[in-house]
Write a protein that binds this ligand. Structure first.
Ligand code: CU
Length: 142
């Protein structure tokens, strides 16, 4: 019985160590465009750049989670933005929709998804992808 208790204790300690390692975020600096992932992933319209700026604001205010598509092509869902705990209809995030940012924060990888807690916007370059004259304002034209 004593051996079983020792084995159970060792197993629990191993599981706790693995869990703690999984919970630890990675400190990262990422560059990319702030996007509304719904339009960008589904491609129901041109979901990037100045063409999609207005729609991205509507989506963010409406509660669609905001993401950052980084230069590596990965999408990072933003859970926290600087001092604000919420990413839902966050005025700070709405202000930077479609902008190209350089951010620092904590990256959590879970089940193949990337979640980002942005601690600091290092650089806000504004809208860099100018495509509204080529494809029109999404989704209603003009
Ligand atoms: Cu959109």
């Amino acid at each position: 019985m004593r051996i079983l208790n020792q084995l159970a204790g060792m197993l629990l300690a191993t599981m706790m160590a693995a869990s703690a390692a999984q919970a630890a975020p990675e400190r990262v600096r990422l560059s990319g465009e702030i996007i509304d992932p719904w339009c960008a992933i589904t491609e129901i319209m041109v979901g990037r750049g100045s063409a999609h700026h207005q729609c991205a604001i509507w989506c963010a205010v409406g509660g669609i989670p905001v993401g950052l598509i980084a230069d590596d092509g990965e999408i990072y869902i933003i859970m926290k933005f600087e001092t604000d705990d919420s990413s839902v209809a966050n005025p700070g995030l709405v202000q930077v929709q479609t902008n190209r940012l350089v951010v620092e924060g904590d990256l959590y990888r879970r089940d193949g998804l990337n979640y980002l807690a942005v601690h600091k916007v290092v650089d806000d370059q504004g809208i860099v992808m100018v495509n509204h004259e080529d494809v029109g304002i999404q989704p209603f034209g003009e």
